[in-house]
Design a protein around this ligand. Structure first.
Ligand code: PLP
Length: 413
């Protein structure tokens, strides 16, 4: 027998920054029978989710939905607008920005990878992994590109490996200030529906996202939101693509269908997720994530540990990276918390492996879910022999009890 549902008592605390817990309401919606994806009922579902998801991206333009993980949607974004050998400007904010850059190189693009110009005493080997995109560097680089050979600028909005966001509107302003025609491609795989994100207002050409984070769905669908300029570029882009090609999908989407078999049950879930998020209002969704982030950071500070994000203006509302003191293996701490208290925390990825762990505070959670997770962290840190300055649990309790919840937990009678 598989031990996947090994479940002595109570719920597992899935506190990684995605996949995030899937609410019962969405699980129930996904358990409906799979229907004919060419039949009349499906068309209505397709049109609904395609309209709803535009509101989540804050765009009037098409959003393409793929039955793929976020990595697929990264590839779709690049292959639809670029040609072999095109010069792409990317920015190293962490592990996911690095993976996207690696993919672009593998696809035959000429990538230039900018990185944070400063130093960091706590993380000397990965200074840029504590900061966001520095828009001035993008502006300088684009101004120097007088031939306009750079075809696209690619940045990650919410770097899931670090807990640092980047100011996408500032990147847009930098491109405009340089009077440069490059397209702006943004990954908000872990930012969408948790952190404020505005595809149209911020002048983004392609936004990439996925299902398993703020949308509270299982992994398995991902998105490209496409501006008119990106759609125009796709008409002449020559990187090979077939499954990912926007043209046929957007054409069939007009009637609510796809050229291939879509992920029907995940689309039921998407419909339910959009009802939940839009019913609550995006501003409310963003505010509750901000508040959770503040509570978790209060705990980290009280422990006397370092928050990985070094710029308070860029703290992620989705996750917090917690750096370990010198000599403490973050994965050993995580293992204690997992084994003893049935709570999963995010591992340190790439350059910060073993140096930090990540607490996810997104999607289907509430104050007490986070208090439980923070208790698990505090007990685990102590069991691992980490010297704590004080009680993070107490600090978070103080924070949550002195700041009213953004959404009332019960409807007034
Ligand atoms: N980009 C970011 C910011 C991510 O957080 C992730 C996954 O966590 C990815 C890209 C890759 O997405 P996926 O694992 O769904 O392929």
């Amino acid at each position: 027998m598989l031990t996947l549902d090994f479940h002595p008592t109570g719920r597992h605390f899935l506190q990684i920054p995605g996949p995030s817990p899937v609410p019962d309401r969405i699980l129930r919606a996904m358990s409906l029978p799979t229907i004919d994806h060419r039949g009349p009922e499906f068309g209505a579902l397709g049109l609904k989710v395609l309209a709803d998801i535009k509101q989540i991206f804050q765009t009037q333009h098409p959003v393409v939905i793929y039955p793929a993980s976020g990595t697929g949607a990264w590839e779709a974004a690049l292959t639809n607008v670029l040609s072999p050998g095109d010069h792409v400007l990317m920015y190293e904010t962490g592990h996911f920005a690095s993976l996207w850059q690696k993919m672009a190189t593998r696809l035959g693009l000429k990538t230039e990878f900018l990185s944070y110009p400063g130093k960091d005493e706590h993380l000397p080997a990965a200074a840029g992994w504590r900061h966001g995109v520095q828009a001035f560097q993008i502006e300088e680089r684009l101004k120097a590109d007088t031939q306009h050979s750079i075809r696209a600028v690619c940045v990650v909005h919410n770097e899931t490996s670090t807990g640092v966001t980047s100011n996408v509107a500032a990147v847009r302003r930098a491109i405009d200030a340089a009077r440069h025609p490059a397209l702006l491609l943004v990954d908000t795989i872990s930012g969408l529906a948790s952190a404020d994100y505005r595809h149209d207002e911020w002048g983004v050409d392609v936004t990439v996202s996925g299902s398993q984070k703020g949308l509270m769905l299982p992994p398995g669908i991902s998105f490209n939101a496409v501006s008119p300029k990106a759609l125009e570029a796709s008409k002449t882009a020559r990187l090979p693509k077939a499954f990912w090609a926007w043209d046929e999908i957007i054409e069939m989407n007009k009637t609510g269908y796809w050229p291939y078999t879509p992920n029907t049950n995940l689309l039921y879930g998407l419909s339910e997720a959009c009802d939940m998020l839009l019913g609550q209002g995006l501003d409310t969704v963003f505010a509750r994530h901000q508040r959770w982030g503040e509570g978790v950071r209060a705990a980290v500070r009280a422990w006397g540990l370092e928050i990985q994000c070094a710029d308070p203006a860029l703290y992620s509302p989705v996750l917090t990276g917690v750096m370990m003191p010198e000599g403490v293996d973050a994965d050993a701490v995580r293992k204690i918390i997992y084994d003893r208290f049935d709570c999963s925390l995010g591992t340190g990825l790439g350059k910060v492996k073993g140096r930090m762990f990540r607490i996810g505070h997104l999607g289907d959670c509430n104050d007490l879910t986070l208090m439980a997770a923070l208790s698990g962290c505090e007990m685990g840190l102590k069991l691992a022999g980490v010297n704590l300055a004080g009680s993070g649990v107490q600090a978070a309790m103080d924070h949550f009890s002195s700041h009213a919840a953004v959404v009332p937990q019960r409807k007034p009678a």
